[in-house]
Design a protein around this ligand. Structure first.
Ligand code: SAH
Length: 267
């Protein structure tokens, strides 16, 4: 990481912040945060990570918030390019992994077009962390030899309608940005021939203390997860049912909640 201070020209580091728990950033990512002059960060990057940054570093928030004017991708690109060209070392901090639905590719294209050097520091994507924190392996020798990650944002009723026929055959299907569209997603998969009994789970705010998990089947998951909201990850496939046996995170809290419910039922 000494390279950081020795470079004359600025550089942009696309840093994966991980899924939420600040301890899940990589060591390299945290070193970059410590040394960078400017931190350009998203809504899904845990703000606690800003505690790792240098005292004099500049922090620029570029996340989208409901009901507030948001910074366009074009503006973000301009910030990255202009800061780097003025000799700054910029950490572009993104939730999860910068190249998984993070528009990291577009930012690199812009940096390359402007001859700005960059480095990509992968992060733990929620596509992996959300199943892991719900006790769902995404592969298993007996049940799933592959997993597929897809956005649920563009299914049905949008200009970008995706053809989901091939996804019916996915072993484990991990859907990001899909929780608001879950009724559409489950209906579409069933219409296309996936068994309504296929296990399915939704993990909200994975890795945070407030994590919530709903487990069901394709036919009832929309209802079972109706109280969950973004950010949440959907997992569809045989392995989703393993959450019942393998859940390990916050399980004491979950058990305590169940006890309270039992006590209430007994009253
Ligand atoms: N680059 C990110 C994904 C950005 S798209 C990554 O690799 O994780 C945003 C989507 O990621 C959300 O809509 C949600 O589906 C998922 N996501 C992000 N953080 C999450 C979390 N803590 N728990 C569950 N899903 C999460």
């Amino acid at each position: 990481m000494n390279t950081l201070k020795h470079l004359e020209k600025g550089k942009v580091y696309l840093v994966g912040a991980g899924p939420g728990d600040p301890d899940l950033i990589t060591m390299k990512g945290s070193k970059v945060l410590e040394l960078a002059d400017v931190i350009v960060y998203d809504r899904l990057a845990n703000p606690e990570l800003l505690g790792l940054t240098g005292e004099d570093s500049e922090h620029i928030y570029v996340g989208k918030s409901p009901n507030k004017p948001s910074v366009s991708q074009k503006q973000i690109n301009q910030i990255l390019v202009s800061k780097a060209l003025s000799g700054k070392h910029v950490a572009r901090l993104k939730g999860g992994d910068p190249f998984v639905f993070g528009r990291g590719g577009e930012e690199c294209e812009e940096l390359r077009a402007n001859s700005v050097p960059y480095e990509v520091i992968p992060g733990i994507s929620s596509a992996l962390a959300a199943p892991a924190f719900a006790g769902i392996p995404v592969t298993h020798r007996k049940a799933a030899r592959s997993f597929t990650v897809v956005t649920g944002h563009t299914i049905k009723g949008t200009d970008d309608f995706e053809n989901w026929c091939h996804l019916v055959h996915a072993d484990t299907l991990v859907v990001l940005m899909g929780v608001r569209n879950l009724p559409n997603i489950s209906e579409t998969l069933i219409e296309l021939g996936k068994s309504p009994d296929t296990p399915a789970a939704v993990v909200e705010r994975a890795t945070f203390e407030s994590q919530k998990v709903a487990v069901g089947t394709l036919s009832n998951i929309a209802e079972k997860a109706s109280h969950l909201s973004p950010p949440a990850t959907i997992v569809i496939g045989e392995l989703a049912a393993m959450s019942h046996d393998l859940a390990w995170f916050n399980t004491e809290k979950v058990r305590a909640d169940i006890d309270v419910q039992h006590q209430l039922l007994a009253i």
